[in-house]
Design a protein around this ligand. Structure first.
Ligand code: ATP
Ligand code: MN
Length: 479
């Protein structure tokens, strides 16, 4: 057996001393030919390994370089140095994998996030990305725990579909055709009848429609999987491949939906506050350093931990789209034309500058906006009695903008088909979806939460490329 190691996190958690262990990991730094800072990915805190002078041969010592992997056997003793309670006094040091110090791109110093993005295959070995991805893991675990504890069924919705749930058309095609020479119809168009699935297919943009089918049998389901959008928006909040959490609940209306979303967000944030303290503290101090570079008035009023505590301890602000438009229209920001898009009438879609104004300047807390104009929302959202709005809800978070999009679904067959026709959604093709309304339809609701936007919020990072291990964005699919 090779793996008889103890993880560094476990060693550092206890005050116990005078026992023997084997530890394996990577060298972060080596100073005075004596002190190795060793990390094994279980925590950001390095284990100090002491290689007593004169005890180890020159060849071994020369190979203890930043990035090298080592196996150390020795005993845990209480540390004389500051910064750690215990340290490892090495008896034997085995070099598992050498790392040429001149060529290894990560040096024991601060690297820019841009540089680290170019070497994303190595960035897991830095403190910042160690913390981010351990938190991402915890958030994912908390998502499953939250829904499991509530009795939701985790439904795996398909990645390849023949429908474009949003009707937005920004999909990646899936085909097995030879693109140089696809079979053609008489009119010159591509003949998808001959393609692998016998029709045109694409990567899913959302699991919602399938989620609704599940909810009509299980009552409450959720999906948590990758979604794909070929939207050419090169922003710090959009990815071409991102993960989405989509619960769908039968016997629920818009209020139930908003309540669940708020409870859910608070729960998973609370989970990482309880379980990822070291990593959050590391990112909080990192953020504080970053903020010092900014002019005073641009700095955030709260530190990262304060902000997260604030979110779990306060109610989200709830208001309608119409109320939001009034606030925006009357704002000095709008009057002084500080928005790029001036709000002049009811019915316009909110841009992220407006969303951020509401959460960051006006309410200073997360906001749940409801009842949007039907023209700017998807076909499946339930019509309100005013004939103008639908039972939609978006949750907006400080620093991020939209983090959740959801709605009560139109459960009335006649209203739904009518709306589909108005919006040119192919009723025949979605006949399977309409069966939920034909047979035992019920009021139901659900939402989609972009997982990476949540990770951004929790880690205080500002670019979505830094919170997914391998970002896919326009013109970039590295690693
Ligand atoms: P946005 O207006 O920000 O583009 P959207 O209205 O297109 O969002 P929805 O279709 O409602 O978003 O998707 C549900 C959630 O998925 C959003 O609230 C957001 O958190 C997330 N999301 C949407 N598009 C992306 C993307 N390209 N990259 C990462 N997350 C996304
Ligand atoms: Mn979008």
């Amino acid at each position: 057996m090779f793996n008889n190691r103890t993880k560094i996190k476990e060693l550092l958690q206890s005050d116990k001393t005078d026992y023997d262990v084997i530890v394996m990991g990577w060298v972060r730094s080596f100073r005075n030919n004596q002190f190795i800072a060793m990390n094994d990915g279980s925590t950001n805190n390095n284990l100090q390994v002491v290689a007593e002078l004169g005890k180890f041969d020159e060849t071994t010592l020369r190979k203890i370089t930043t990035g090298a992997s080592i196996k150390v056997a020795g005993s845990i003793i209480s540390s004389l140095g500051k910064g750690q309670k215990v340290e490892l006094k090495a008896k034997t040091i085995e070099i598992l994998g050498e790392s040429d110090a001149d060529k290894f791109p990560l040096q024991p110093k601060k690297h820019s996030l841009e540089f680290l993005r170019e070497i994303a295959h190595l960035r897991f070995r830095t403190n910042t990305f160690g913390s981010i991805f351990r938190i991402r893991h915890s958030l994912a675990f908390a998502v499953h725990k939250f829904f499991n504890d509530k009795g939701f069924v985790y439904l795996h919705t398909p990645i390849i579909t023949a429908s474009d749930a949003e009707g937005a058309g920004e999909t990646f095609h899936v085909t097995s055709f030879d693109l140089e020479n696809p079979p053609k119809n008489d009119d010159g168009s591509v003949n998808f009848k001959e393609d692998f699935f016998g029709k045109a297919t694409n990567l899913t943009v959302s699991g919602q429609l399938e989620g609704e089918l599940g909810a009509m049998g299980f009552g409450e389901v959720y999906t948590f999987g990758p979604t794909f959008r070929a939207e050419n928006s090169n922003t710090t909040r959009h990815l071409a491949e991102f993960w989405m959490i989509e619960p769908e609940m039968a016997f629920s209306d818009l209020d139930d939906n908003a309540n669940l979303a708020e409870e859910f967000i608070k729960y998973i944030i609370g989970y990482v506050l309880d379980n990822n303290k070291d990593d959050l503290e590391f990112l909080a101090s990192r953020l504080l350093e970053e903020e010092k570079q900014k002019p005073l008035q641009e700095r955030s009023e709260m530190g990262l931990l304060e902000k997260l505590q604030f979110v779990i301890n306060n109610n989200f602000e709830r208001l309608t789209y119409t109320e939001a438009i009034d606030i925006l229209r009357e704002s000095n920001h709008n009057k002084k034309k500080k928005f790029q898009y001036i709000i002049d009438k009811w019915g316009v879609d909110l841009q992220s500058e407006h969303e951020r104004y509401l959460v960051e300047k006006h309410f200073k807390k997360p906001v749940i906006l409801t009842n949007y104009p039907k023209e700017i929302k998807a076909f499946y959202m339930r019509s309100n009695d005013d004939g103008k709005t639908v039972a939609a809800m978006d949750i907006l978070a400080p620093g991020i903008g939209e983090i959740v999009g959801g709605s009560q679904r139109e459960e009335r067959l006649d209203k739904l088909t009518e709306r589909m026709k108005e919006m040119n959604i192919p009723v025949e093709e979605l006949s399977w979806y309409l069966d939920t309304r034909r047979f035992g339809t019920v009021p139901h609701a659900g939402f989609g939460l972009g997982f990476e936007r949540l990770v951004l919020f929790v880690t205080g990072m500002t670019n979505i490329r830094d919170v997914i291990p391998f970002p896919r964005t326009p013109k970039s699919a590295e690693f």
